[in-house]
Design a protein around this ligand. Sequence first.
Ligand SMILES: [Zn+2]
Ligand SMILES: [Zn+2]
Length: 257
Amino acid sequence: MPMTANYHTHTKRCGHASGEDREYVEAAIRAGIKVLGFADHVPLPPGQGTGPRIRMEPEQIGDYFDSLLALREEYADRIELHIGFEAEYFSRSFYELQTMLADWPCEYLLLGQHFLRDETADFYIGRPFDDPELLERYTDTVVAAIETGAFLYVAHPDIARFTGDEAVYLAQARRICRAAKEAGIPLEVNLLGMRELRWYPRGLFFEAAAEEGNKLILGLDAHSPKHFTDREAAEAMRDGLDFAESFGLELVRELRQ
Ligand SMILES: [Zn+2]
Ligand SMILES: [Zn+2]
């Protein structure tokens, strides 16, 4: 059964994605997607600094919703649109983040923990590292994020590029898997990582998931409309399904929010 829902779609507002909102919607329809969720990188709350530009500014939230709400209406008979954000869990400013979003019809958050505190002061966790303490801090952050109950699912839960001991990695991966299981939320098999042959999805992480019995979900993490429609997209969707199946885990097709 092909992939019919994708909750992980970016827009050009984050500064490193391309294409118009409408092009994403039309590409998704062409790819056979029935439920399309936009989850662009959420802005840092006002006063929380600006780092390397990897996200929209707070002033762009209005345009994000205006545009997507209009498209939701226009394409209502062809695709179901949802609007959320991909967010980091920064405990110091999470309340401010939620306050900022309370003004908008935001339906969901995906957890995408690329940094531990914030990108102005911190290390991108996708750079190779072998310090077990850093891996533990990453894990603590993701577990705390899951425990807030604020996230629909964990995007690329295996983004930490730990190059050290595999037993250490597995032990920390298991903590994330257990927390997600307890919270009842799926773990993403990230298809952008798959199509770009990144270090994730990492089989070792999903071995831990298989032991814990997690639910999985496929996420295109689309940063371009072609991430729905080109040959690599079709391959990544197929490979993602095979990957999930190889661990014998349940694949969630659609989420009720
Ligand atoms: Zn991105
Ligand atoms: Zn993403």
